[in-house]
Design a binder for this molecule. Structure first.
Ligand SMILES: Nc1ncnc2c1ncn2[C@@H]1O[C@H](COP(=O)(O)OP(=O)(O)OP(=O)(O)O)[C@@H](O)[C@H]1O
Ligand SMILES: [Mg+2]
Length: 405
């Protein structure tokens, strides 16, 4: 099993997938723009070979170089778990006639307007929306859709340039800020709670399923620096509310022609009890959600994904033992972290339920909280009881304070 894996070094969790691939018996051929000399020592045992390219986002250039590199050799899979590379992987598969999702199928997971059209065509509930390419088209769409609405780039990620607008003046301000966004989607604002629906799927059928709740919704967490965003995986998926999201998610996978691998969907549960589609990617969620899922069931999805991608087999337990919360912290002040308060108390209170504590230490420069949800670090805590997992998560959100100057 010869696997081409795109960007095995960055983002850092890709190193875990590389390990997973090697552990299930694949020969891994990495392609990335990390200089060969900077490959982490811990990664090298898992890589059979590595092609360094000048720009991993330059699809035509990578395709030309990779084709020259692989000339005369056969490839069984071309894989990636990083959103900006999913189309490149599909193009390489088509070019080399390797099994896996086509470019057209992957576009349904990458283009936020196309995905909603395909999901809606299957009779599933999506926000009313329109694709817009100019201010004029945006105003016309806003007229049809009404307020509040959401404006977001077609190929967005990390909530960058995604805004909600309550009225025309807010939309005007957003248009001024997003002039460089070439193509956007204008959508009906969906009220209610927001969840993920994550899977590892085989031929579009989930072998593994997860739901996590955002507290608060990412669009709110992204707007206010003082918020410590919390995400908690839900242990009990049998609840009626979760079942609605799961049924929606399974329908979406079918509607979009999912193949093998990770999916990460976002959905809303409205006050009237409806599950509404948000968006989906054919890759895992970021911001440590795979670690959270692993802690939820004491499994290793880095490896199980690899087993699915190579051998269409999932061997881990799907039993859910915990609700696992992650709490991202943002320091007060600019510059470098100077001190952390309340951590000792929280660690003592949460005791053995704490699974990770990765807050940036004093002396470290702050991360840009607008750029990365990881912010100034995180803690993770799990508990079999939802209310207790939530209480311990919020105790960290409110009780731990970081400062910078
Ligand atoms: N139609 C909508 N109604 C209500 N809220 C929405 C809607 N669309 C997006 N949002 C909010 O904005 C957030 C970001 O939107 P979306 O997920 O589409 O963008 P993104 O850039 O892919 O973000 P991320 O990478 O963080 O998931 C959502 O998580 C949700 O909180
Ligand atoms: Mg999103």
């Amino acid at each position: 099993m010869r696997v081409v894996f795109l960007s095995p070094v960055y983002p850092p969790e890709m190193q875990q997938y590389t390990r997973g691939l090697a552990e299930v018996g694949a020969s891994v051929y990495g392609i990335g723009d990390t200089p060969r000399a900077h490959l982490p020592a811990g990664l090298k045992p898992y890589l059979d070979d590595y092609l360094e390219v000048p720009r991993i986002m330059d699809e035509d250039d990578v395709i030309a170089r990779a084709s020259a590199w692989f000339r005369g050799r056969s490839v069984d899979r071309v894989l990636t778990n990083w959103e900006p590379l999913v189309l490149l992987a599909a193009r390489l598969r088509e070019r080399w006639r390797v099994p896996g999702m086509s470019v057209d199928t992957v576009r349904g997971f990458r283009d936020k307007q196309l995905m909603k059209e395909r999901v809606a065509a299957a009779g599933l509930r999506v926000p009313r929306s329109a694709r817009v390419r100019s201010a004029k088209e945006t105003w016309a769409a806003a007229e049809r859709i009404g307020y509040p609405l959401v404006f977001k780039p077609i190929a967005g990620a990390g909530s960058a340039d995604t805004y909600s607008c309550r009225d025309e003046s807010e939309l005007e301000a957003v248009l001024a800020k997003t002039a460089r966004v070439p193509e956007a989607s204008v959508e009906e604002y969906i009220q209610g709670e927001e969840f993920t629906y994550d899977t590892v799927s085989i031929d579009g059928r989930p072998a593994y399923e997860n739901v996590a709740q955002y507290l608060p919704k990412p669009i709110e967490a992204r707007g206010e620096e003082w918020i410590s965003p919390v995400i908690i995986t839900v242990r009990d998926l049998k609840q009626a509310k979760m079942q609605k999201g799961i049924a929606l998610g399974r329908g979406v996978l079918k509607a979009l022609g999912m193949g093998d691998g990770f999916t990460h969907m976002e959905w809303f549960h409205t006050p009237s009890g409806e599950a509404v589609f948000g968006e989906i990617g054919c890759r895992p969620g970021g911001a440590r959600i795979v670690d959270q899922m692993n802690y939820t069931g004491d499994i290793d999805l880095f490896r199980e994904w690899a087993r699915v991608a190579c051998w269409k087999s999932f061997e881990a337990s799907t039993e859910r033992k915990y609700n696992c919360g992650i709490v991202f912290k943002r320091a007060k002040g600019r510059g470098r972290i100077t001190r952390i308060e309340g951590l000792g108390r929280w660690l003592q209170e949460a005791g053995d339920w704490v699974v990770e504590e990765k807050l940036l230490r004093p002396g470290t420069p702050r991360r840009d909280w607008k750029q990365t949800l990881l912010s100034d670090g995180w803690v993770m805590v799990r508990h079999p009881d939802w209310d207790e997992a939530k209480r311990l998560s919020f105790a960290a959100a409110t009780g731990i304070e970081m400062y910078a100057s």
